[in-house]
Every structure is written in structure tokens, then in C-alpha cells.
Design a binder for this molecule. Structure first.
Ligand code: C2E
Ligand code: MG
Ligand code: MG
Ligand code: MG
Length: 283
């Protein structure tokens, strides 16, 4: 009867919860192992100057190759790392690896490009981010002005004074700061103008439906105009089509990332692309 069915549904629900929690724990312990055993990788997605078409930077993106699952998406494991605190050591590994890689490319004679590294809001709370960045730069020898830290707009939304102090000290190290996923958070413009920011990254959600969505075109154009009037550079994420690029160019957007130019690449493939550009073989 109804009562039995009700109890059954409740049981099923409880089992589902346990399963989800167990899966999360298991994912966390596998991630910890992967980090310890050196199984994580950084891929690099070119950032392209719209006016010249040249690669001027790369965003470092975490990749976790798994024998059973193929690549496990950072969208799946970053939240697990954040809730477990593993994001502390994981974020430090990303910073160190990106700086070491950038320095190796520099020493190999490749043209200087900016390397952008994602920083989770939790890293502000869990680690002394300034000390961590400082030692990643010092130990690798990588030039601070070639490093850019990407902070999501939502990370800027709370604890204004504390966040401001950390950002000011980071900027004192000589690096650049970008606001990631701009337009999706709730940061106030009054706060935004007080942060020592260099770049706004238009969230790919606003780029996806250009040129079909009049709203998204208006929003993207407004972000570009606002960013420029605040003296910032503006980069568009997730550019996949020539029509999207044409619109962004017309509106004066400075740079872009997206499948139109390249997916995120293994380090060696990115270096090859950069090398080919500097010898004029591609660009
Ligand atoms: P994000 O920082 O906004 O990175 C951009 C995401 O868009 C990347 O996904 C990238 O592969 C994807 N993408 C680039 N071009 C295109 C395009 O043309 N079309 C589409 N549909 N997607 C494009 P990915 O690599 O899966 O990373 C997802 C998110 O995971 C990142 O979003 C970032 O928030 C986070 N993440 C990745 N690596 C790290 C890391 O080292 N540390 C932290 N804290 N977060 C990371
Ligand atoms: Mg990013
Ligand atoms: Mg983004
Ligand atoms: Mg994103």
C-alpha cells in the first residue's frame, strides 16, 4: 500500500545520500593520492590578442587523467578539493608547476607570455596565499609580471577589506590580477573599482549565444565598455565561432580564449604552437 511505498522511497533516498557521500569521500582520497603520486597535469589554453591574432598568454587548467574514467573534469573535483581543504596543497602545486613551466619556456627561448593561474576563494582562507605565490616565484625564478592570478567574481563578493589587503599585497609582488567569470557573481561595482585589477574575463555564458542573443551581446558590449573606462583589459572566454570573434573585435575587446583558436593543450603542444608563432610558421 501507500505506507509501504512511502517507507521504500525513504529508504531509497537514504541510500542515495550515503552513496553520494561515499562517492565524494572516495573521490577525495583518490585525488589526494593522485596529487601525492604526481598524476595531475596542467594543460595550457592560448590567450589570443584580437588585434594581432598572436598568442600573448595561456591559462593553466588542471587535468586529472584516470585509467577508468579518462579525464576527470576539474568542474567535478575542484568542489571536492574545496570542501575537504585539499585545495590548499593542490592550489600550491598548481602555482609551483605553472611557474616552473613558464620559467622552462623562458629558458628555452620561447617568447614571453603571461601564464594565468586559477585561484579558488578557499585558498584565501586556507593558506597564506601571498607567501605561497612569493615562494613559487622565488623558487622557480619565473618573472612576476608574467604571472596572472584569476579570481572569480564571487570570491571578491565577501570580506571586502580582507580580500582587498591580500590583493594589494599580491599586486606588490608584481603580478597581474584577473576577475574570472565576470558577470556571473554579485560583486559591487563600487568594490570592484577599489580592487587592484588588470583584466576582466567575460564569462563564456555571455559569449555562447552571440550573435543570436541580443541580451548577451548587450551585456558583453557593456562589460567591454565598462572595463575600458576603468582602465582594464577585457578578455572573452569560450569563443567558438568566427561570428563571436567578429562581434568582440568590433566592440574593441582586447583578447580571447576559446576552441575557435585552440582547446587547452598539453604543455609540449602549447610550447610547439608558441615556437611556431615566433618563427613565423603560424600565427
Ligand atoms: P574557468 O577558469 O572559467 O576556465 C575556463 C573553462 O572553459 C575551462 O574548462 C576551459 O577548458 C573551458 N573552455 C575554454 N574554451 C572553451 C570554449 O571555446 N568552449 C567551451 N564550451 N569551453 C571552453 P575546464 O578546464 O574544464 O575548467 C573548468 C573550471 O575548473 C575552470 O573554469 C576553473 O574554475 C576550474 N579550474 C580549472 N583548473 C583549476 C585550477 O588549477 N585551480 C582552481 N582553483 N580551479 C581550476
Ligand atoms: Mg579561469
Ligand atoms: Mg572563466
Ligand atoms: Mg568558468
Amino acid at each position: 500500500g501507500a505506507k509501504a511505498r512511502g517507507r521504500g522511497a525513504l529508504c531509497f533516498f537514504a541510500e542515495e545520500m550515503t552513496l553520494a557521500a561515499r562517492e565524494r569521500l572516495e573521490l577525495e582520497s583518490r585525488l589526494r593520492q593522485a596529487l601525492l603520486q604526481g598524476q595531475l597535469l596542467l594543460y595550457y589554453q592560448p590567450q589570443v590578442d584580437i588585434a594581432s591574432g598572436r598568442i600573448i598568454g595561456a591559462e593553466a587548467l588542471l587535468r586529472w587523467p584516470d585509467p577508468q574514467e579518462g579525464m576527470i573534469s576539474p568542474a567535478r573535483f575542484i568542489p571536492v578539493a574545496e570542501s575537504s581543504g585539499l585545495i590548499g596543497p593542490l592550489g600550491e602545486w598548481v602555482l609551483r608547476t605553472a611557474c616552473q613551466q613558464g620559467q622552462r619556456w623562458h629558458e628555452a627561448g620561447l617568447p614571453a607570455v603571461t601564464i594565468a593561474v586559477n585561484v579558488s576563494p578557499r585558498q584565501f582562507q586556507l593558506t597564506d596565499l601571498v607567501a605561497c605565490v612569493h615562494s613559487a616565484l622565488a623558487d622557480s625564478g619565473f618573472a612576476a609580471d608574467c604571472l596572472e592570478l584569476e579570481i572569480t567574481e564571487s570570491a571578491l563578493a565577501d570580506r571586502f577589506e580582507e580580500t582587498l589587503q591580500v590583493l594589494l599585497r599580491l599586486r606588490d609582488l608584481g603580478l597581474h590580477l584577473a576577475v574570472d567569470d565576470f558577470g556571473t557573481g554579485y560583486s559591487s561595482l563600487a568594490h570592484l573599482k577599489r580592487f587592484p585589477i588588470d583584466v576582466l574575463k567575460i564569462d563564456q555564458g555571455f559569449v555562447r549565444d552571440i550573435p543570436h542573443s541580443a541580451d548577451d551581446m548587450a551585456i558583453s558590449a557593456a562589460i567591454i565598455a565598462m572595463g575600458h573606462s576603468m582602465g582594464l583589459r577585457v578578455l572573452a572566454e569560450g569563443v567558438e565561432t568566427p561570428a563571436q570573434l567578429a562581434f568582440l573585435r568590433e566592440r574593441g575587446c582586447d583578447s580571447y580564449q576559446g576552441y575557435l583558436r585552440s582547446r587547452p593543450l598539453p604543455a609540449a603542444d602549447f610550447a610547439a604552437l608558441l615556437g611556431a608563432q615566433s618563427t613565423g610558421a603560424a600565427g
